[in-house]
Design a binder for this molecule. Structure first.
Ligand code: FE2
Length: 380
């Protein structure tokens, strides 16, 4: 509930006070562009009906008044009156000191290590996730907040991983197909299709945009070894930043290059940093894959030794058991990773018995959309 509204700077700024003592300033142009009336925003779909060019460049507020705790503004030169609810203004306030930190995590993101995660791996049964919006919401929230989750109770048969994706979104089809087989092959086109251990990595960093989710489902697993493990790339990047801020700066500011040309007719390339930050310093994505790292040519000559030292240290931390959460996938179990954050690895396995996994890609926008919608229903 607002208690006070004052027009400042010849109408270019409105300063508000809430009854609980909170204060915030807003610009007239920002308020006009974000007006909530039905001529500015479609009441049906919420989309904006005007462009920035429909709003006069000399827009100011020429009257501001608190009415019943909300805000009434009149904009000149349009002589247009618009009401803003106090709670909406509070939710959208931007009058704060800009941060200078690099590599901060979005609100709600929780970085984790073996110590904090091994005993509490997020897990749900497929039948329950399908039947209960609460269970599904909890499982999807784990993917958003921790970057991975396990699902059990799937049929131990080919194609079950599609059931997991159908819970929240859509498969991203690639040159590997709608899904791909992960089993030992004689002449593999990709090292994933051998019995070798694989260093923790993110998948397909050579794609732009990178697939943001991966699902791996187990159909058969009777080999010795072959356990799966996951590593929180954000936690490792935070650890690197703490001990080597300049190394963190180099890995997050210099682009790396990634390539894959393992199959005929496929030549994928991307130029992105190993640690990607947003323009405001937010940690956005990790790309780490020794198999597809191409020659890095975008690091200043004098910085290359420090870049390689940081890359080496990043790799050492990724291998450090204190970051590694391990589980053995049984037939009928799957796990999902946020491929922009959580790395996955596989231990080597013996040639006896069989290990048959299927993997596919999907995207986080669909998952987050389904989750946000379930969270809204939960509040209603
Ligand atoms: Fe992989």
């Amino acid at each position: 509930m607002l208690s006070e509204a004052a027009v400042r700077n010849d109408g270019q700024v409105v300063e508000l006070a809430w009854a609980d003592g909170g204060r915030a300033r807003f610009h007239a142009m920002w308020l006009r562009d974000n007006a909530l009336d039905e001529k500015t925003r479609s009441p049906g779909n919420g989309q904006r009906l005007v462009t920035i060019l429909d709003i006069p460049g000399n827009t100011v507020v020429d009257a501001a008044q608190v009415v019943g705790g909300d805000l009434d503004l009149r904009f000149a030169p349009e002589a247009k009156t618009v009401r803003f609810p106090a709670a909406w203004l509070r939710d959208h306030a931007y009058d704060r000191e800009p941060g200078t930190d690099k590599g901060w995590l979005a609100a709600g993101m929780k970085s984790w290590t073996k110590a904090t995660m091994q005993a509490s791996v997020p897990r749900a049964s497929y039948a329950q996730a399908k039947a209960s919006p609460d269970v599904l919401r909890g499982w999807l929230a784990a993917v958003r907040d921790h970057g991975f989750a396990v699902m059990d109770g799937l049929p131990a048969e080919s194609g079950s991983l599609m059931k997991v994706v159908d819970l929240f979104g859509y498969v991203r089809e690639t040159n590997y197909g709608r899904w791909f087989e992960v089993r030992a092959e004689v002449n593999p086109t990709n090292l994933a299709y051998t019995n070798l251990g694989l260093q923790a990595h993110t998948d397909n960093p050579y794609r732009d945009p990178v697939p943001t989710l991966q699902v791996l489902a187990c159909v058969e697993n009777s080999v010795e070894g072959g356990e799966s493990s996951v590593v929180d790339g954000f936690a490792v990047a935070e650890a690197l930043k703490a001990e080597n801020p300049d190394g963190f700066r180099l890995l997050s500011s210099c682009p790396a290059r990634f390539e894959y040309a393992g199959s005929k007719g496929v030549k994928l390339r991307a130029k992105r940093p190993m640690i990607e930050l947003g323009p405001d310093g937010e940690m956005i994505a990790i790309r780490f894959n020794n198999r597809s790292l191409a020659p890095v040519v975008d690091v200043p000559f004098d910085d290359m030794p420090a870049y390689y030292a940081a890359y080496r240290r990043f790799a050492e931390l990724i291998e450090d058991p204190r970051f590694e959460v391990t589980f053995r996938l049984q037939p009928g179990e799957a796990f999902i990773v946020d491929n922009t954050r959580v790395m996955h690895a596989r231990k080597a396995f013996s040639g006896t018995g069989s290990r048959w996994l299927q993997g596919c890609y999907a995207d986080k926008d669909g998952l987050l959309s389904t989750l946000a919608s379930l969270e809204d229903q939960g509040k209603a």
